[in-house]
Design a protein around this ligand. Structure first.
Ligand code: G3I
Length: 327
């Protein structure tokens, strides 16, 4: 029977999943390659893995994932260049504090060297990157008093450089490889009406007004059943489309409180609803699910993925395929 990628390709879409080479079994690998046309490194391209000590890079794990993808005709999307989690200890003890005392210029140089080296290494192999990940503070109650309409999360980068670290990251990335697509990725920004969603669009407006090279935004979409308002989600995708940007689904998972038939059916309906939205919007070329099997998920307790722990296809899998097929 036909695969997810078969129907996705007919619709000109990418159907992807996050793969972790040190979790995956051979059976996961072959199912991933058969069913999906896009792959994201769940961990292998994060800064702590790529630059474990300052100025010395370690490509083995990431290159392994890239060749797995290449051998199976899959596109690789890069995740992620500038973040506050999974940062090397030499940069910051926790990714948040500037406790190594970097000056603005030192931090800019470190960021530039990381971005430039990584993008040159993966040139021609990775087509798009999350350049900045999760830069917004979870608490946006400041929104009324801040003239820019958003508050950034305090991270080592933000502390050492200032709020314009984001601008610099995108400029360095465009210079390092003008042929790839550059994304700003975040969570809790998916549905219009939420304070963090407003902040996200205010930030994007400011970046665009300064002509910062940004091709699109990523909506992570770590959801649980009952979370999704399809009208508000689609509104977000259209809003960014009107601003000339792509708006893609980068880390979808859909938790259930328990695996009753009713919950798994609701999970399937939610996956289907999101797949339909992707299909209906040209500025949304990618739908990426954050993992393959429930037991390997970062939210394994909520069984949020398309395959169960025995790699069996769940109702959600059939719902995604049926949405892709009936277009
Ligand atoms: O590297 C060690 C490994 O040496 C050891 O054997 C293993 C044993 O548990 O732990 C490994 O590190 C773990 C790593 O995943 C690789 O499995 C970390 O403890 C664990 O914290 C890390 O979790 C990842 C998490 O990001 C870290 O923040 C998840 O796999 C990954 O799914 C998750 O992904 C993030 C996205 O990047 C950004 N958006 C949110 C999303 C979910 O948190």
């Amino acid at each position: 029977s036909k695969t997810l990628r078969y129907y996705a390709e007919k619709n000109g879409k990418m159907i992807g999943m996050a793969f972790c080479t040190y979790k995956g079994l051979d059976s996961d690998r072959s199912e991933a390659a058969r069913q999906f046309n896009m792959m994201v490194a769940e961990n292998e391209m994060k800064m702590d893995v790529l630059q474990p000590s300052q100025g010395s890079f370690s490509w083995g794990a990431a290159d392994g994932l890239v060749s797995l993808a290449k051998n199976n005709n899959m596109t690789v999307r890069g995740h992620c260049l500038v973040w506050h989690t999974q940062q090397p200890a030499w940069l910051s003890s926790d990714g948040k504090k500037n406790d190594k005392g970097w000056t603005r210029q030192q931090a800019l140089d470190i960021m530039k060297n990381h971005i430039t080296t990584v993008l040159q290494h993966f040139k021609g192999k990775v087509t798009e990157w999350d350049v900045v990940n999760e830069c917004l503070d979870d608490d946006q109650s400041i929104i009324r008093t801040n003239p820019e309409g958003y508050k950034l999360r305090p991270t080592v980068w933000q502390q050492a450089i200032g709020d314009d670290y984001i601008d610099s990251a995108f400029v360095y990335a465009r210079r390092a490889d003008p042929d790839i697509q550059l994304y700003l990725n975040d969570y809790d920004v998916e549905m219009q009406g939420k304070a963090k969603a407003v902040a996200f669009s205010n930030l994007v407006k400011r970046l665009q007004s300064k002509r910062i090279p940004l091709d699109g935004v990523g909506l992570q979409c770590h959801f649980s059943i009952g979370d999704v308002d399809s009208v508000k989600l689609e509104k977000t995708i259209r809003l960014f489309g009107e601003a000339g940007l792509k708006c893609i689904i980068t880390e979808l998972d859909m938790g259930v409180p328990s695996t009753t038939t009713a919950n798994l059916e609701e999970q399937a309906r939610n996956y289907r609803m999101i797949t339909d939205i992707v299909l209906n919007n040209d500025n949304c070329p990618n739908l990426v699910v954050w993992g393959i099997k429930d037991n390997d998920s970062w939210r394994s307790n909520s069984n949020p993925l398309l395959y169960n722990s025995g790699l069996g296809k769940k109702k959600a899998w059939y719902a995604v395929r049926s949405a892709l097929r009936h277009r």
